[in-house]
Design a protein around this ligand. Structure first.
Ligand code: AMP
Ligand code: MG
Length: 403
């Protein structure tokens, strides 16, 4: 059985092989969050476009400023003011943050270090040339590529595009990810379940995870645990870039997903991973479509999506696979988990003065969505280190939708 690292690597290798030129579309800056850029974005001018003051204070010639020095006050410069005159020797100009420093001046002295006196300003310390000024062109030259293909557009990248006037961005179209839940016990979320039925929460969490991962969810509803229904709905799902199934991949008599996938010609890369929850996770390819069969217990579905499906969506979007958001924290309550499997336990990490501290939350196993809704991370217990003492440093996988 593969470790989760090996299984993840397998997904990444296969998705990398499938990487080709993707369809692209122009997307408005306002809608482009989470898309992957498919073009270079270049600056339209130098940045900053003028020598920019980073402080409210006085523009001066640094050599003229020392403790007790006095300079004649000649002008006020606000952000946005056109600056045409150069600063004459022996003078200073009041200047605001973001305003252009006039020629002649080579430093800005913070207002806190000055005292106005009649038509002059007195200074209480020396100044260094260049202080509190960002030189013209120091952030980017004119025509310089500041965003490149394959970059994921987050809020800073979008602000950068906005800064240079790129209001339409050519982006890779999002991979289409079909979502199909399975199970005779499953009813639509807006239906009243019978006494022994459950609502289809997996399709909801999967659609949210697909969106967060940068994919476009295509909802196919639920298939009954019957060969004919599974076959019809899976065939439909195989028209998309990725098909994610929930349920039907365990060892039960009615776990038929693998059988149907096999009949349809799926090539399997793994059908179990040494993790808990999520052990029966399946990954394969059928035609041009990547297929993930995730176990149906909701926390298993969520964990296996993050570990295995998310990197495939990254790569099919034309971006590199993002690393798992691991950090380390101090364990506050000892653990004793079955060795041989890597455990992903719903947990809460909190900053405790000097370091993050984490504790596993009480839970009823992989069906316990409420426990995960109280968690902000997964505490990862290594397969060969099931007994962990309080105070040990442990890896945690952040819930990237929350932190
Ligand atoms: P399975 O992997 O098909 O054996 O499913 C395991 C358990 O997960 C089922 O007994 C249900 O309790 C639960 N489950 C399966 N599918 C869903 C779903 N779509 N939404 C919520 N829970 C589910
Ligand atoms: Mg089932």
């Amino acid at each position: 059985m593969l470790t989760y690292e090996q299984a993840r690597r397998t997904v990444i290798e296969q998705a990398e092989k499938a990487k080709g030129p993707r369809a692209t579309a122009k997307i408005s800056l306002w809608d482009a969050l989470g898309f992957v850029l498919a073009e270079e974005v270049k600056t339209d001018r130098e940045y900053p476009p003028f020598h920019r003051s980073t402080r409210d204070g006085y523009a001066v010639r640094a050599a003229e400023v020392s403790d007790g020095a006095k300079l004649r006050y000649v002008a006020e410069i606000k952000a946005g003011d056109a600056v045409t005159h150069s600063l004459a020797p022996g003078t200073c100009a009041q200047i605001m943050t973001g305003a252009a420093v006039p020629a002649g001046a080579d430093a800005v002295v913070m207002i806190e270090h000055t005292n106005p006196e009649d038509d002059s300003v007195r200074f209480d310390r020396t100044a260094q040339a260049g202080q509190n000024i960002v030189p013209r062109g120091s952030e980017a030259k004119r025509g310089e590529a500041i965003l490149s293909p394959g970059m994921r557009l987050g809020y800073a990248e979008l602000a950068l595009a906005a800064q240079v006037g790129a209001t339409q961005l050519r982006c890779a179209s999002k991979p289409r990810v079909a979502i199909l839940s399975t199970g005779d016990e499953v009813v639509l979320v807006d239906q009243q379940p019978g006494a022994f039925q459950i609502r289809n929460s997996n399709s909801v969490s999967l659609a949210a995870q697909v969106r967060l991962a940068g994919g476009e969810p295509v909802l196919l509803g639920n298939a009954a645990d019957r060969i004919d229904d599974l076959r019809e709905k899976i065939s439909h799902g195989l028209q998309q870039d990725v098909l994610v199934l929930s349920g039907g991949v365990s060892m039960g008599k009615y776990d038929l997903v693998e059988t149907v996938l096999k009949d349809l010609g799926t090539q399997f890369y793994f059908d179990a991973v040494a993790i808990r929850p999520g052990r029966p996770a399946v990954f394969g390819k059928c035609g041009g479509t990547f297929v993930f069969g995730l176990p149906g217990n909701p926390v298993s579905t969520m964990v296996t999506f993050e570990l295995f499906v998310a990197p495939a969506i990254d790569l099919l979007s034309g971006a590199p696979a993002r690393d798992l958001p691991f950090v380390e924290a101090r364990l506050s309550v000892a653990l004793n988990e079955k060795p041989g499997l890597t455990h992903f336990l719903p947990a809460r990490v909190e900053w405790r003065g000097t370091a993050p501290e984490v504790r596993a939350l009480p839970w009823q196993g992989s069906g316990d969505i409420a426990a995960l809704a109280r968690a902000n991370c997964f505490l990862v217990v290594a397969a060969d280190h099931g007994q962990v003492s309080a105070g040990e440093t442990v890896p945690i996988l952040l819930r990237k939708d929350l932190i």
